[in-house]
Structures are given as C-alpha cells and as structure tokens.
Design a protein around this ligand. Sequence first.
Ligand SMILES: *[C@@H]1O[C@H](CO)[C@@H](O)[C@H](O)[C@H]1NC(C)=O
Ligand SMILES: *[C@@H]1O[C@H](CO)[C@@H](O)[C@H](O)[C@H]1NC(C)=O
Ligand SMILES: *[C@@H]1O[C@H](CO)[C@@H](O)[C@H](O)[C@H]1NC(C)=O
Ligand SMILES: *[C@@H]1O[C@H](CO)[C@@H](O)[C@H](O)[C@H]1NC(C)=O
Ligand SMILES: *[C@@H]1O[C@H](CO)[C@@H](O)[C@H](O)[C@H]1NC(C)=O
Ligand SMILES: *[C@@H]1O[C@H](CO)[C@@H](O)[C@H](O)[C@H]1NC(C)=O
Ligand SMILES: *[C@@H]1O[C@H](CO)[C@@H](O)[C@H](O)[C@H]1NC(C)=O
Ligand SMILES: *[C@@H]1O[C@H](CO)[C@@H](O)[C@H](O)[C@H]1NC(C)=O
Length: 698
Amino acid sequence: MFVVHGSKVTSSPLRMFASVVVAMLGLCHCSNHNGTFLRTPELSGPSEALGNTVAVFECKLLPHPENETVLMTLFNRGSTDTWLGDSTSLAGEAAIFNLVVKPSHAGDLVCQARAQNNSNIKPTFSNTHYLKVFEPVSSASVSIMSFTTIFEGEDLYLSCTADGNNVSFTWLQNDQPISSPHVMSRDHSFWIDRITQADSGTYVCEASNSFNGTDFTTRSQEVNVTVKGPRRVFEGEKLVLFCPIDGINMSFTWLLNYQPISSPHVLFSDRLLWINRTTQADSGTYVCEASNGTDFTTRSQEFNITVKGPRRVFEGEKLVLFCPIDGINMSFTWLLNYQPISSPHVLFSDRLLWINRTTQADSGTYVCEASISLKGIDYVSRSWNVNVIVKAVVSDPDISFAVLTEDSHYFSVGVTCQSAVGTPPVAFSLYNGTESVANVTSADRRAVFRVPVVFGEHLGTFRCQANNGAKTASSGWLPIKIEKVKGPVSLTYDYDIAENFAVVGVRLYCKVAAGSHLRYQWFLNKSLLQDHGSFYYVFNQLPEQSILILSVGRSSAGTYHCVVSNSFDNTTTISSRGRYLDKEVLNRLPVLVVAVVFGCFIFLILLVVICCGFGVIYSKIYWRREYGDKFLLEMERRVVAYEGELDVSEYSDGADVLRTVGDGFDQASDASSDEWPQIARQKKTIEDEPIEVPLGFK
Ligand SMILES: *[C@@H]1O[C@H](CO)[C@@H](O)[C@H](O)[C@H]1NC(C)=O
Ligand SMILES: *[C@@H]1O[C@H](CO)[C@@H](O)[C@H](O)[C@H]1NC(C)=O
Ligand SMILES: *[C@@H]1O[C@H](CO)[C@@H](O)[C@H](O)[C@H]1NC(C)=O
Ligand SMILES: *[C@@H]1O[C@H](CO)[C@@H](O)[C@H](O)[C@H]1NC(C)=O
Ligand SMILES: *[C@@H]1O[C@H](CO)[C@@H](O)[C@H](O)[C@H]1NC(C)=O
Ligand SMILES: *[C@@H]1O[C@H](CO)[C@@H](O)[C@H](O)[C@H]1NC(C)=O
Ligand SMILES: *[C@@H]1O[C@H](CO)[C@@H](O)[C@H](O)[C@H]1NC(C)=O
Ligand SMILES: *[C@@H]1O[C@H](CO)[C@@H](O)[C@H](O)[C@H]1NC(C)=O
C-alpha cells in the first residue's frame, strides 16, 4: 500500500495501446487458446470526494492469474489520460489507491491490470468510475462594475467570484441582509436599478456550499458604495462616465441622445467617456454599447446628464471655487468679470476662492490664473470661465383674490400669490388649510390659481407658499367667501347746517342686506353719477356702504337712487327707491329749527309783554284817571296779535317730519316729496308773515 500523488502523464503510445486492448477485450474473454490471460479488473471507491482529503480506491482482479504479479495502475481519462498511481497485487488481494483528492482528479477513473515481467500477457482495463471532487468555497471577491461613487438614478452592478463548486451567493449591505425590492441578484451578479441615497453603504458577498452536511462559507472583501444626489455638472466642469457592461474582449462605443458622438472634445478610452470641459451642449442621454465582434451587442443603462448653466447660490450662502489648473509651485489669482477681486469678504487660499456670505455683487464670471516664474520668465495659465449667479431668496408672498367670470353662469376665484423679492423661477403652492390645492412654477414671482366658486359657501382659508430653492416663504391666511348680492337696498341721509341755518351739505348712504364684492352706483334723475362731479363725490366704504356727498345747490336738485351689484356679475342688480332732494326741500328742515328758536324767543317776548301788560293794567287805574280810555284799547289789540302767532300745532307737525326724514329706510320718494312742500308752506308762514301780523288780526 502506498500513497500516490497524481501527476499528469501524457503518453500517446500507452493510450493507443489501451484503446487497442479495450477493443480486444471482448475477444480476450472468449478466446482462451494461449494459457494465461487477464480478466477485467473491478474498480471501486467513492463517487464524490472532498478536495484535499484522502480517498481510497480499490482495484480487484479475480481470479488472480497463477504465479503472476499483477501491476495495477489508476488513470483519469480525460482528453488525455492522466496517471494517478500504481499498486501491485501478488496473489489476488485488491490493489489499494490512496488518493489525496484534487480538483483535477474529477472525471472518469479507470484501473489497468498488467502482468509484471510478462509482456506476453495483454493488460486489461476496469470499468470507468466517475469521481466528483467537491471543493469547499474559498477566496470570494467582489468587483464593482462602475465607479464606487455613483449618482442617484444610476444603476449599480456588483459581481462576486469564488472558488468551489455548487456555490451560492448572498449579499449583505452594512452587514444586514438586503430586502429592498429594487435590488436584484442572480448567480454571482447583483444589481440595483436607479439607486437612491439609501443604498449607500458597505456591500459584502457571502459565498457558500456544503458537502455531506458540512457547510462552507467565505466572505468577500467589503466594497464601499457612495450614492450622491442627482448628478450635477456645471459648465466647464469635467464629466467622466463608465460603461457598466461586464464582458471580455468587448469594444465600447458611446451614444449621445442615441446618436454617435462626434464632438472633438469628447474622449473615449476603453469603458470611459471623458469630457474635460463640459458645455451645455453636452447635456443629454448617454448610453454605451458594448460589442463582441459582430454577433453580440448590448446597451447600458441611460445616463441623463444635465450640464447646468451658471452656478447658482443664494444670498448669504457660502461660495467655494476651486482653480482647476494643475501644477506645482504655482501662484494663483482670481478675477471677477476680468477684474482683480478687491472685496474684503472674498478670501483666497492657494487654489481656493472662498466667500462665506455671498451678496448679489458677487455674481459674475470668475476666472483663475495660475502663474509660475521660471528663469525670470513668467508663465501664466488661465482657467475656463465659471459663471456664478447669486440669487435672492424669495420673500413672503402676498395673497389676494378676485372673482373671475367665465360666462354668465360659471364663476371662479383667481387667487394671486406675489412675492416682491426673489430670483425666478419661483415655485408657488396654494394651500386650503393644510391641504395642497395646486402647484405652479412662475418665471415672474407671481402666480394666479383658479378655484371654482360655489355661491354662499365658504371656499376655505387659503395661503400661498413660495420657494425658489432656499427656504419656503409663506403668506398669511386669506378666508374666501363669495356671496351674491341680496336686497333690500336702503337709502338714508343726513346733512350739515351752516351758521345761518341753511343746509349746505347732504350725505346719502346706500346699504345692501347681503353680498360680497359689491359695486355701488349712484344715479341722479336716472343718469349715472361718476366718482365725482361739480357738486358731489362718491365715497365708498366697501363692502358695508357707499356714501354720496352732495353740496346743495341748483344743479344738485333731482331724484337720487343707488344700485348695488356684485362686481363680478352685472346681470343681477338691486336698486334702492328714489328720493327727491332740492334746496327748498332741504332748507325746510332748518326752518323748523329756526321756528323753534324763534318760538322760544317770541315766547320770552310774550312773557315780557304779558308782564308789561300786567304792569299796564296796574297802572291803568292811575292812567285812566290821568289820560282816559282810548290808549288802553290800542294796547289790548297788540297783545292779542302776539298770542295768535304761538300756534303749537305748527311746531309739532314740523318735528314729525324731521323724524321721518332721519330714518327713511326704503321710503318712497313720492311719500317724502309729498311732505316737503307742506313744510315749505309752513316755513313761509313763519318767515314771511310776522311783519303783517298786526294787519291780519283785526
Ligand atoms: C507455479 O509454480 C509452482 C512451483 O514453483 C509450480 O509447481 C506450478 O506448476 C506453477 N504453476 C504453473 C501454472 O506454472
Ligand atoms: C521480474 O523480473 C525482474 C528482472 O527482470 C526481477 O528483478 C523481478 O524480481 C521479477 N519479478 C517477479 C515477480 O518475478
Ligand atoms: C483632459 O484632461 C486630462 C487630464 O486632466 C489630460 O490628460 C488630457 O490631455 C485632457 N484632454 C483635453 C482634450 O484637454
Ligand atoms: C432620461 O431621460 C429620458 C428622456 O428625457 C427619460 O425617458 C428617461 O427615463 C431618463 N432616464 C433616467 C434614468 O432618468
Ligand atoms: C404640490 O407639490 C407638493 C410637494 O411637491 C405635493 O406634496 C403636492 O401633492 C402637490 N400638490 C398638487 C395638487 O399637485
Ligand atoms: C377647502 O377646505 C374646506 C374644508 O376642508 C372644504 O370644505 C373646501 O371645499 C375646500 N375648498 C377647495 C376649493 O378645495
Ligand atoms: C332732475 O329732474 C327734476 C324734475 O324731476 C329737475 O327739476 C331737475 O333739474 C333735474 N336735475 C338734473 C340734474 O337734471
Ligand atoms: C356686463 O359686463 C360685460 C363685460 O364686462 C359687458 O360686456 C356687458 O355689456 C355688461 N352688461 C351690462 C348690462 O352692463
């Protein structure tokens, strides 16, 4: 018994010989004409063996030929026969092969029996015995088919390799099993479609297999994957794309918007696409194609690249620029709009320009210059232009609304949101309470939202939010309710009296019972009055009332009424009753006052007169004695005349009229104008007659 270590023996003559023997095997069985011959040996052993362990194979030849030593040889039959070991059998005992199993041993094994020292006897071959070699998994390794820094929306491909058979793979992210639905794995590959920042982390593959109930596992190295926000490239910056297609002997081509790329500044190298200085024309959808000769072409995922125009920062934000010129012992200077920068808040440090709090004055085109002095000669290199726009943060918007008329039946409210400050575009959102109603992006800091109207219902309490990239600005809350105009409409008035008791000014008040967005119109003799005229002006206290202020004169005479409608709907109007006013009518009123004053005055005089009368009566006896009866008769007549003027009914009439005028809601003009002439007549009685009184009372 001995241990053999397999080694490859390639022996064509042996193989030819073996083939011949195999061909003749059947013949040998049957023909037995020349004494000793060998039967077919029998090979046995494990059909599966674990690598690097010892597997025992036996080869038995029965019956054993007499007085012959038989040499057994174990081979692995492949494309070439491989010698695995020799063993001799002296007297019919089985030949034993102790094989230290290697992967190369897998395959069809066969044992040859040959009589030692007797070339006359033909060797024979055993049955073939299939050996499977089980390899425990080992040396797992992950490779990443893209950059380890990738951008949101791109795809991640990982693949794992390991030695061993029947290997299965599992993947761990941050040492946890991965359950995300957009992650897929098959065999040794692992990929994530449209990666998100949550997919950042450490990836590891675990490769495992098992043999006879023993599990073998090995862990790959860790791969750190960093997912950045959406890929942002500013004009002038570098763009490098990596074709994530796996394959050997592939050639790669890149397409921009599905067309071959012809720009001379786009460079290709194997899987890479390389643009040193992007322009906005480099924006688009990039795709790479990998082809393996003519029969196989595959396309990669899409890379949507937007090359942004100027770099934008908000007022107050930090701006850091990095000079893209390489070099040792260079000195750097920066220019803004091709002028040296002198602002004290701009800091420089080697290749960096640094502004802690930008202002709008920092907007412009930045260029850096790198210079070096060699042997007294200055060499200056200039970077490309970096355009920077410092944006103003949007201010809190104002919210307002107006009713819009689509046709005579359909109305909506236009809610306007407007910010005074802020660099466009501005995204406006309208909220009804906490509920988002609509979003609009505006190029001019102003947005109008249309909300359908249901009359009489409270539409809600609205607010606007505005955002142009920095913080969100909010308006105050605006309750919106739209109501149709509803009568009755009342017309009242009051007036001003001058020192001479004449009415000089009148204020007419127009009010309506209900309605929103009211429009008041004033009419004189059925012709519309404008906002102001020679003798009046209109003063609106919206929405409660409208006031017409008149100066009383010849031209202001006439019948006044007011009409109320919704400002958004001129089909429904409600009119007040008319009221006739002129100078005479109006001045009747103060006359009452005058009458009262005069009345009191006259009453006083009367009192004095009565007193005097008593005085006269007392002195009458004396006077009669002195002057006789004629004078006394004259005095009595005068006293009677003054008593007749104090007619109480006249004053009470006047007071009634005054009240009526004061609260004349919905008074028909006819009714009041009927009363006025009456007062005018009374006034005449008071003003014109006193002088004639002595004559009237005869
Ligand atoms: C084997 O050898 C023995 C003794 O050496 C001899 O007697 C015998 O005949 C031999 N057998 C054959 C078949 O030659
Ligand atoms: C076979 O022959 C060799 C020499 O030719 C000899 O040394 C050896 O002992 C022989 N073996 C047997 C089993 O006869
Ligand atoms: C692009 O940049 C690389 C390295 O920075 C440089 O080697 C190459 O010459 C540049 N290509 C062009 C066209 O400027
Ligand atoms: C890229 O852009 C195209 C067209 O604009 C769009 O159809 C596609 O979904 C985008 N792909 C990705 C990965 O965003
Ligand atoms: C408006 O945008 C916000 C945030 O993007 C979103 O939550 C909301 O649903 C949008 N509203 C409407 C009505 O589309
Ligand atoms: C606003 O919200 C109120 C209360 O949630 C609701 O009754 C009303 O219909 C909403 N208005 C609009 C225009 O969505
Ligand atoms: C209005 O009509 C009255 C007669 O009803 C007339 O006296 C007055 O002058 C008119 N006023 C105007 C401004 O036309
Ligand atoms: C109502 O307004 C519309 C549009 O402003 C106008 O065309 C129409 O003539 C108006 N109708 C009346 C009765 O004023």
